[in-house]
Design a protein around this ligand. Sequence first.
Ligand SMILES: Cc1ncc(COP(=O)(O)O)c(C=O)c1O
Length: 399
Amino acid sequence: MKNTWRFGGNELKYLREVVDSGFGSGTSGSMNNRFEQAFAEKTGAKYAVTFNSGTSTLHAALHALDVNAGDEVIVPPLTVISNIDVIFAQNAVPVFADVDKDTFNIDPADIKRKITPRTKAIMPVSLYGLSCDLDPIMDMAKEHGIHVINDAAEAHMAVYKKRPIGNIADITSYSLENSKHITTGDGGIVVTDNEEFAIKMRKFGSLGYAAMKSGDGRIRINKDIFQDPAYKRHDTLGLNYRMPEVAAALGLAQIERIEKFIDIRIKIASLYKEAIGKCSYLVPQYVPEGYVNTYWCYTVKYERKDVSWQDFRKKYIEFGGDGIYAAWALSYLETLVLSKAYKKRAPYYYKDIDYGTAGLCPAAEAIQPTLMQFVTNYGSEDEYLPKVEALRKTIKYFK
Ligand SMILES: Cc1ncc(COP(=O)(O)O)c(C=O)c1O
């Protein structure tokens, strides 16, 4: 099927501009800057920096917050593996805080229990489109002189207690991978109001070029200075995590229509909710008063015991539904962790760590196997109405 709804705006126009520019060498060009400015404006943050994924954004954010070997970072276990991968990449230590059984997001009360003198940052995740409970997290961070990275990979334009989430945490990170609210194919973007963090993140994502600024990806400020054998280009550690100009062209066109993408996801979620109606064994993610969930997907706990999770899914597909997605295994139960493979990275700092095989985060362990994620990534009624109907039929079938 031709997927025109996704890229029905200025995508081709901006791509044409990039191709026609012939790619100026060694610069991140103007399309990245245009996309960054448009994204910062939409999210209400001062600075935005593009990356090649919503994983490299998180890595750069840790670097900006000076998270290094042996530092602890508090993170929920119910999330994509990226969160702990980037912590391990800094030779830092993931410390898992449990989630709330109703919102599925990290529980501030457990964060409080997990803070130690070695805690350097908190990395909550705003899961499935719903903001995490930011106020108590920000208060705790302030009290302890540490910082917060809100992983909003799945929560573009979400609202927390009537406030847009984009400038509440010290750094907010977004993914632009295919399934996200807006996409550049693969990609990521971070926003912050802190100029120092913006500079550090930009430099980290671009080989630590000394000349980089918070709002400008240019590497060569002055050709005569740069093209001098004595000139030293790199003043900090960095990797190449830059977003290509062609991807930024897509991003710019997509951000222009983000409200449309968000509205349709919210509408699809409301139709799933309607289909579930009074069905007591499908329990949707709880959205507290004053929050707007932008529904990267519509997630429910499946609480029925006499029909298995898999059988419910199978029947839903038979009735024309999309494959319901399962939640990730909890990070500390992934083979990477259970096998202790990560310990090779920094044996000194990891020698005493043992997350065990059960009991660390009881709420997350209880809900993870029950979660069913219904797809909201559709552009037209022709696509989503049959899925909603399939859910209705499945519920009726198992009555
Ligand atoms: C919560 C969360 N964090 C981080 C990421 C990583 O983003 P990316 O796939 O762009 O690296 C994703 C997306 O997969 C995600 O869902």
